[in-house]
Design a protein. Structure first.
Length: 293
């Protein structure tokens, strides 16, 4: 019996031609659809976002999500044009085979993505805000928010790339979330100094500073009777707070109070200890012999 090799060759050639044709259809339709989406759909999305006056922390994730949607739609439609079948069915088959492996590999990415969605919806901070987290161990200015990570520049000019899940799992401090910020500073005066006079000086210097608000009024509270000093806590408010304003205003204010304390003769004591006791010598004779040598 003779094997019909020419017939099989023709079948293989036909299947190869069909595969090549489908690939060309897929690539051509994908490129065309993707370009149409980028040139027609994405600009419309950007204009809609700009018309809503969203800040960058909102527009950037939405723009990236729209770009991903255009990419997915181009692949899905190109799949159909190339007669590969339903892409959703294909994706479901692949996902069923790789669910366990992909789940373990992507669990952190998915967690960060979900956390990014929460940051987008809850808006605990925005680009340009000064934030602190991990009990104040990390702090800086938010420079970028994506669906996976947030980038923060520290005050030492270091760039921190923080997974979004880190920022949503703990407490985030945003000192500049509102239009006013209360500043506190603890002063210590000697026990022999006049507490009322020191309080007047602290309040007067706060009122004299141009960046300190008069409403609410500055205040001082006696907070501690320490080992070597009486603790006075000053509290005042500044408007439109930023990190630079906060540091500069507090430094100028503390310097002015220190200068007034020096003029008024009010002491800022430092801790000191008095040591008492003695040394007991149990073998004086041997000690005398050793010293004599």
């Amino acid at each position: 019996m003779v094997t019909p090799l020419p017939f099989l060759d023709r079948i293989l050639e036909t299947e190869y031609a069909i595969a090549v044709t489908q690939s060309l259809y897929f690539v051509g339709s994908f490129v065309a659809l993707y370009l149409v989406g980028r040139l027609a759909v994405l600009p419309v999305v950007r204009r809609v976002l700009d018309s809503r006056d969203y800040d960058q922390s909102v527009t950037k994730p939405l723009a990236k999500l729209a770009h991903f949607g255009v990419l997915f739609a181009a692949v899905a439609l190109a799949f159909g044009f190339a007669d590969y079948g339903n892409i959703l069915t294909a994706l479901a088959t692949v996902a069923a085979a790789a669910t366990l492996a992909v789940g373990f590999a992507l669990q952190d990415i998915i967690a960060n993505f979900v956390a990014g969605v929460f940051i987008f919806t809850d808006k605990p901070f925005k680009i340009g805000d000064w934030i602190e987290w991990d009990d104040g161990n990390y702090k800086g200015i938010v420079e970028d928010i994506s669906l996976r990570v947030t980038r923060v520049r520290t005050f030492d000019n270091e760039l921190l790339t923080v997974p979004n899940s880190v920022l949503t799992d703990g407490v985030i401090k945003n000192p500049v979330a509102y239009d006013r910020l209360r500043v506190t500073f603890d002063f210590g005066i000697g026990y022999d100094d006049d507490v009322e006079r020191a309080t007047e000086v602290i309040v007067d210097e706060a009122r004299e500073h141009p960046e300190v608000l008069n409403d609410p009024e500055p205040s001082v509270r006696l907070t501690e009777l320490g080992d070597s000093a009486v603790g006075l806590r000053s509290r005042f408010w500044i408007a439109d707070p930023a990190r630079s304003d906060f540091v500069r205003t507090r430094a100028e204010y503390v310097s002015a109070v220190k200068r007034r304390f020096d003029e008024e003769g009010i002491d800022i004591p430092y801790p000191h200890r008095t040591l008492a006791g003695g040394i007991e010598v149990t073998d004086a004779a041997n000690l005398a012999e050793v010293s004599g040598d």
